[in-house]
Design a binder for this molecule. Structure first.
Ligand code: NAD
Length: 514
């Protein structure tokens, strides 16, 4: 197990080397389970950002021209490397991001599956040819890389977001600059060492640590073709504005506030199991965590009683302990924000049926950032706790008369990441799939995270722009449909039309114009 006593120094990785930043300060890296400082993270500036982009730009031509099987060889090797290092990578996530170790292992496993999807790139970037557009002229579409892409990660999925961006970007022939969250940089430090050891050519992948200053430097940088983010909606909008001013391509996944609909025929045992995983897994810090539960009156009281019973029994504590269900939230600020929302819920008129503030903890975790399972009932859609993203283990239960009422709440909400329904009724299922105004729908599953073969992303404020991650859409983002119009000149035509220019001895050459 990773030691928590030795101080960790997070470093940038630029142009194939680990480098110390010297133009900037640093921020402490905490273990949220104990509150202890376990290291420090450099706060990069435009200078480090520029150096990383320059390295990526220099590396691009040779990487683009590297034969596809050789490029894919690195992705295969990353896949193998992740399988071998699975436990160490999961422990890195459980230490600084403080997702319970069992969930951290699940996150690494999901990235291994994403890498398997990325290995289909050679099949999915095959172009098209339209022959016979005119005499001897054909049209070709080539899925071409664009140059340097830059990516920004949130704190809550340090491995997953690496998987969403990097294999697709570099597998399609681009080079990349990545900025992890300052709150959970450990996974990428370990992953980058693994990739370095594979001998990836220098400059193809670069990592810079810091906050918005690093990102803002990309907006004006002529070498940057596009920027991708997974983060909150305000950050997605800020990046969209900066990139929009300068014509950069963007793929920006924003925040979430996910609904679950509970119908009268919901299978109760499965429902409760799924609410616990979805609402309290990762301490509610998941973009697909359920937050608002719209329940029909026929089942409401039984559901609330079972939910309370199950929520009270959940174990909380150190993220490294596999026997516990839930770890802490990411920071002291996050804990205070969530506690403020609990107070807002009370003041707004909701009933605090289970209060997660000040949960019981082992002595060594008392300075950690813990909020226990929290349940509000009598919530109405206009309340702030129902409208705003709390990003913590807080559930808001609302009564709703019928499926149309629930669908209306979903439609009227400004975010639209995911929503799910628990029912056995085929009519409800079809209606919900068709009408729920979100990007990802679940039926009798609490976390409706699409498999890596399919696109992942929401609508409305949960996705700024159009591009989703993963699947074919993930590949499309990192390529352009370059079109070539090709005329083939036959030897006879060349000879007939330009006798004078024909080479001595009557020899003719064909020529191809593109
Ligand atoms: P955040 O928006 O605060 O930060 C995300 C990243 O953006 C960080 O690396 C940060 O340094 C950088 N950043 C912050 N402000 C910036 C600015 N003004 N300009 C440029 N960069 C900036 O998000 P967070 O707190 O790290 O992560 C949680 C958020 O991410 C939640 O809103 C959650 O819903 C969202 N999220 C969404 C998805 C999804 O699939 N839609 C997945 C995971 C997380």
């Amino acid at each position: 197990m990773m030691s928590q006593t030795e101080q960790i120094r997070i470093r940038d990785y630029i142009n194939g080397e680990w480098v110390e930043q010297n133009s900037s300060g640093s921020v402490p890296l905490n273990n949220p389970s104990t509150g202890a400082v376990i290291g420090e993270v450099p706060m990069g500036t435009a200078r480090e950002s520029r150096a990383a982009v320059a390295a990526a730009a220099d590396a691009f031509p040779a990487w683009r021209d590297t034969p596809l099987p050789k490029r894919m060889g690195y992705i295969f090797a990353m896949h193998r490397g992740m399988i071998d290092a699975k436990e160490a990578l999961a422990q890195a996530i459980a230490l600084d991001q403080a997702k319970n170790i069992a969930e951290a292992r699940g996150e690494v496993q999901r990235v291994i599956e994403i890498l398997e999807m990325a290995c289909t790139i050679p099949a999915l970037i095959q172009g098209e040819t339209v022959p016979g557009i005119a005499n001897n002229i054909s049209g070709r579409i080539i899925k071409a890389p664009l140059g340097v892409f830059c990516g920004v990660a949130p704190f809550n999925f340090p491995a997953l977001v690496f998987g969403w961006f990097i294999p697709f970007a570099i597998g399609t022939g681009n080079t990349f600059v990545y900025k992890p969250s300052t709150e959970s940089p450990l996974f990428m430090q370990k992953m980058m060492q693994l990739i370095h050891d594979l001998g990836l050519p220098k400059g193809v992948l670069n990592v810079v640590h810091g906050d918005r200053e690093v990102v803002e430097a990309w907006y004006e940088d002529e070498d940057v073709a596009g920027v991708c983010l997974v983060g909150s909606s305000p950050t997605a909008k800020a990046i969209a504005e900066g990139c929009g001013r300068n014509g950069k391509k963007t793929m920006l996944l924003g925040g979430a506030k996910n609904f679950m609909m509970v119908m009268e025929d919901a299978p109760m045992d499965q429902l409760i199991e799924n609410v616990l995983i979805s609402g309290y897994g990762s301490a509610g810090q998941r973009c697909l965590a359920v937050s608002n539960i719209a329940c029909v009156p026929e089942i409401h009281d039984e559901f609330v009683e079972r939910l309370l019973q199950a929520s009270k029994n959940l174990s909380i504590g150190d993220a490294m302990n596999p026997d516990l269900f839930m770890g802490p939230v990411i920071s002291r600020n996050a804990k205070e924000r969530i506690e403020n929302y609990i107070q807002l819920g009370i003041e707004g008129g909701a009933t605090l049926t289970l209060d997660g503030r000040n949960p019981e903890l082992a002595a060594e975790n008392r300075d950690g950032y813990f909020v226990g399972p929290t349940v509000f009932t009598d919530v109405t859609p206009g309340m702030r706790i129902a409208q705003e993203e709390i990003f913590g283990p807080v559930l808001s239960v609302m009564k709703v008369g019928c499926i149309d009422g629930g669908l209306r709440m979903i439609r009227n909400h400004k975010m639209g990441n995911g929503a799910c329904i628990f029912t056995q009724n085929a009519y409800y299922i079809e209606k919900f799939i068709n009408e729920a105004d979100v990007g990802m729908v679940g039926v009798n599953v609490g976390v409706c995270a699409p498999h890596p073969y399919m696109p992942f992303g929401g609508i409305k404020d949960s996705l700024v722009g159009n591009n989703k991650v993963q699947g074919k859409e993930g590949i499309d983002f990192f390529t352009q449909n370059k079109v070539a119009t090709v005329r083939v000149i036959s030897p006879q035509d060349a000879a007939g039309k330009d006798q004078a220019a024909a080479p001595a001895g009557g020899e003719v050459r064909s020529c191809v114009a593109s």
